[in-house]
Design a protein around this ligand. Sequence first.
Ligand code: 5GP
Ligand code: MN
Length: 346
Amino acid sequence: MLTDIIESDKVETVKRLIEQSRSIAIVCHMTPDGDALGSSLCLWHVLKAMRKRVAVVTPDMIPSSLSFLPGADRVIVATNRTELSHEFITGADLLFCLDFNELRRIDRLAPVVEASVAKRIVVDHHLNPSIEASVIISHPEKSSTSELVFLLLQALGYDELIGTESATCCCAGMMTDTGNFAYNSNDADIYNILARLIEKGVDKDALYVRLFNTNSLNRLRIMAYCQLRKMHVLPEHHCAVITLSRAELDEFNYQKGDTEALVNVPLSIPEVIYSIYLREDACDYVKVSMRSKGNFSVKNLCETYFGGGGHRNASGGEFHGSLTDAFECVLSMIPQCDKLIAEQNK
Ligand code: 5GP
Ligand code: MN
């Protein structure tokens, strides 16, 4: 049995809005991950089966590791097809915002969405959504937006419209946001949904290989290099920091996604409570990723020091400046983190 977590008045409003709409845009956050794209494409397949004019619009490129998802080739990527992406959003009478809680997460699409007169529906699992919408389905206790989309489709009575392709996208989202059911996954709903998805024809084992056990040689080399040479572990501070400069990224012919999940690796050391990865994506621009264990929140750190956010145990942000300065910024956080950890251990 699945739990009815979405209020029935919200379900009714979503149903009415879908029925009344002719053209529907689904938008997810920039640098879309498995859950952003999985939830969006899961819904896209269903709305297409209802013969709606519908498109998934992403602010920027889909990582090549996710291009196998059914329907990924039909996504409108704003960086490649700017005009079309704007036209589609502007012409839509309903807009789904999936897997993000604030408009700045959709980067260049934010002003287009803001200017659109379309009704909005937010489905998300990040804390404190700040997007104005007709319906906000926000459940931070859920490990993925894909799971929420599945529960919504069930509540809407659309189960029969979920085919193998839609189910595959949903499953991919649930798997990526739980690290293949390794964290945030002590929730029976997940496995009840998983059973239904498999009944719908999902090949979970094949998805595992595509999502978690497919590496390029470059990726294997860069991951090994980072662990051998670039992982600074400060056990007395329960902290690990990995940095990669532009020159190092170039040396390994880095492609987007090549260091996916690298930030998790140091957490396997029992003493390490939080892990930080600084990647010099461009001159004076450093992408920041943080992960943590237990009650220690990296969300607050990312908000305070790196203008970002996310979840308690998985967050990100950015630093405008040199990699050295970003590293200094991390070092400056450590005394505060020491205090927080000491308080939590009291
Ligand atoms: P990752 O470290 O995998 O890039 O991101 C982990 C999580 O942190 C994402 O799922 C997202 O919720 C959040 N996140 C990553 N980068 C940013 C950012 O620049 N701003 C905000 N607000 N959240 C971010
Ligand atoms: Mn997500």
